[in-house]
Design a protein. Sequence first.
Length: 281
Amino acid sequence: MEQSKLHALAVTAAHARVLAMDMVHDAASGHIGGSLSAMEIVTLLYNGVMRVNPAAPRDPDRDRFVLSKGHCTPALYPILALKGYFPVENLKLFRSIKGDLSGHAEMNCVKGVDMSTGSLGQGISAAVGMALAGKADKKDYRVYTLLGDGEIEEGQVWEAAMSAAKYHLDNLCAIVDVNGLQIDGATADVMPSEPLDKKFEAFNWNVIHVDGHDFNALEEAFAAAAACKDKPTVLLAKTIKGKGVSFMEGDYGWHGKAPNDEQYEKAHAELVAALAELEGK
């Protein structure tokens, strides 16, 4: 990846992290931990992988993205705003009755959202349907869906995985945000799901391990997914929950909790400093 592109992506992700923290603090609610862990993934999808156009958000030939872990809208909404789907100022009304940006992804009100999600496991099922429709209609669009590693505990995820393999949906790419934590603690303690790679391979998926915070590695992984034929691909993206905020990183307590004013000031300062350092280069 060219350094200019890499730098632009890093700036976008850093800016989105600041906006995400502002949103959750202002709303006094939201899921910040898993949103921060997924920021590079969502940033690259909308700014280097997917064929999308904010001026034509319902273009039938566009690529689709389904946020299967639908509570992590603080990762999605800032990226959509920075991409130009709606004004950045709208983020101030996150989770407010005065605005349209609900806590879970909402396709009927938010421009750029391809599927309403929130009930875990259902997003990947919808993505399978989209990919199957693309095959039936002989369209060349691709479908991407982002899951959490806690979400993998839902049985519906594996029903969708079976269907995707049966119908040879090589136009489908799932990404699992493997940050190792969920609302009640470590995934290994709550409901162990590893080895995820062996499980997906047994379901006849193409499996790629990737560092979920490395843009170069992610770009290569998405290219490999697109090149794979006759079966769906899953990217097992190793990430850090709460990435970018020192006291949130690796702490499951920040799964769905908003920072108080003191915590926000510290988190905001760290994120703004990281953004300023990038913008100064």
